[in-house]
Design a protein around this ligand. Structure first.
Ligand code: ASP
Ligand code: MG
Length: 455
């Protein structure tokens, strides 16, 4: 059971989360928590402040962090003075240690990734401390597990990649030992350590990923991702009206949706679950009796369009070279450069003398572009958006391309990608057109399906 930041944001949220866990003790839950809402952002700001030697800002943030957790623990544990004292002492110990590191960074004005990982890992350490004590105060005998003993990652401090063999070995051992004589165990999402025992984190939003790695390692019956929405919807309700709630989707659909814009799940969450065929449920902690969305193996899911997803801000890189005509190995050369520079490519389409790829706007591509420019003409288009129509076997549905593109009468489509999977048709439009495109497309695909058939 993984609880995200908003599901443990404050007194009410934690009280609800603990109540939800309490209702599932017969299923032997492993509770995985994120930092309290906004705390990881605060820790990033704290590390920036320290790196730029802004002591005043760093210590302001430090006070904010400490006070929020101490106050919350005092409120939640009011009825259990001994647990309250213990929790507050632990919070202070964590904060003191963090404070000395932040002071040291302030003094030298230089922040390594390694120290940054230590700083930003504290959100989860603090939240799990508060919640563990609260669970015990409510009569749920809960053991605290430090995720760094078992969530082993590569040496990349800020974007550690799980070392599966170690995780598979350590997680079941640590958890079953911690469970002895207990009703539940709690651990942190997002954080881990490398083989040398140094602090790492899995990257922003990584708690979902932690939960599914743990689920995989212990052969969990299911993985529950508790958030603040009723499940996965057919489009982002902030942009599109009349979105549909999806009762169940396939692993493949969920993976495509997470990769291509839907903010409900961390994109890597699906993979570990698929390996052991463990269903994932996306549930709403403010409406715990709701059904949520079940993410299941494909055979249990109907064909058809499930979602219109989008990535609002992407770049398109056009690579053009006459040398590409009638030669082999050109693509390899191009993608080697992307790979060496660790730039992750989303969509690709090629013609005889041209390759177009899309990358997230956050990717740093200057070096890649310079290297590509040594043997090809390279053009980078900013301010583009990517739209994906996602659903099982849509590629096989009659007239699907017509249905997808018919509503886009007026706008330019720069790239189209289809065929890589049967579940995704993606294309690129100008960013300023995005809102209208996804609205129209969703309306046509979900609200006027009959009309569409007659196209
Ligand atoms: N606390 C981390 C973050 O905000 C991890 C997570 O919440 O999933 O990125
Ligand atoms: Mg999250």
């Amino acid at each position: 059971m993984k609880f995200g930041g908003t599901s443990v944001a404050n007194f009410e949220a934690i009280t609800r989360a603990v109540f939800i866990v309490g209702g599932r003790l017969n299923q032997k839950p492993v509770v995985v928590v994120s930092a309290l809402s906004k705390v990881t952002d605060l820790l990033y700001r704290m590390s920036d402040a320290a790196a730029s030697q802004n002591r005043e800002e760093a210590s302001k943030l430090m006070d904010e962090l400490r006070n929020r957790h101490v106050n919350l623990a005092s409120e939640l544990l009011e009825q259990s003075p001994a647990l309250k004292d213990e929790a507050v002492a632990e919070i202070n110990r964590i904060c003191d240690k963090l404070e000395s590191l932040v002071n040291a960074v302030c003094a030298v004005g230089e922040l390594s990734d390694r120290n940054k990982a230590i700083i930003i890992s504290n959100g989860e350490l603090l939240s799990s401390t508060v919640i563990c004590h609260t669970m015990n105060a409510k009569g749920i005998r809960t053991n605290f597990i430090d995720a760094r003993q078992m969530m082993v990652t590569s040496n990349s401090y800020l974007k550690g990649e799980p070392v599966e063999s170690e995780i598979l070995k350590r997680v079941p051992e640590v958890i079953s030992k911690a469970y002895e004589g207990m009703d539940a165990v709690i651990t942190q999402g997002f954080i881990g350590s490398n083989l040398a025992g140094e602090q790492t984190v899995l990257g922003r939003g990584g708690s979902d990923y932690s939960a599914s790695l743990i689920g995989m390692a212990i052969d969990a019956e299911k993985i529950e991702i508790w958030t603040d929405v009723d499940g996965v919807r057919s489009a982002d309700p902030r942009k599109v009206e009349n979105t549909k709630y999806l009762e169940k989707i396939s692993f493949e659909e969920a993976a495509e949706m997470a990769h291509f814009g839907a903010k409900v799940l961390h994109p890597l969450t699906i993979e570990p679950a698929v390996k052991k065929n463990i269903p994932i449920y996306v549930l709403n902690s403010t409406n715990p009796s709701g059904k949520g969305t079940a993410i299941l193996r494909s055979e249990l899911i109907e064909d058809g369009v499930k979602s219109v997803s989008f990535k609002e801000n992407i770049k398109v890189i056009n690579i053009f070279s006459m040398k590409m005509i009638n030669t082999s190995g050109f693509l390899r050369r191009v993608f080697e450069i992307f790979s060496e520079n660790r730039v992750s490519v989303d969509l690709i389409s090629t013609s005889e003398a041209n390759i177009s790829v899309t990358v997230d706007s956050s990717e740093k591509i200057d070096k890649t572009v310079a290297e590509l420019s040594e043997f090809a003409e390279v053009l980078v288009d900013d301010d583009k958006s990517q739209v994906s129509v996602i659903g099982k076997n849509i590629v096989k549905l009659n007239g699907m391309l017509k249905r997808t593109f018919a509503p886009l009468k007026k706008c330019n489509v720069y790239m189209i990608s289809q065929g890589a999977s049967f579940v995704n048709i993606s294309f690129v439009v100008d960013r300023e057109e995005l809102t209208e495109v996804v609205k129209d497309l969703h309306h046509h695909l979900f609200e006027q399906p009959e009309e569409m058939e007659t196209f």
